[in-house]
Design a binder for this molecule. Sequence first.
Ligand SMILES: [Zn+2]
Length: 101
Amino acid sequence: MVMDCPVCNYKGIPASATKCPGCGADLTVYHDLSQLESGLRLHRNIIILLSALLLVSLLVLGYMFLFSDGLSSRYTRLEMQGKNNEIIDLKKKTVSFKNKF
Ligand SMILES: [Zn+2]
């Protein structure tokens, strides 16, 4: 990896160099700065990743909650329909039973 001198803009300095071959500027400070920057970038990436993970798990949980709620209300509705049909059948049976006498 190569870098440009931030002082004289000398191109192609090896990243391991501690002094600029053009102007002799001390490059160790810039090495530290770039290391700090990449460290901060990594830290930020981890925070973004964790936030995304949290968001996804919240979405999944919300979806599961809604989906299970939808299923159970549908089941209850079906059950109620079944009970209604039983009642209607019983009424029909009672009417036909009464009609026999
Ligand atoms: Zn320089």
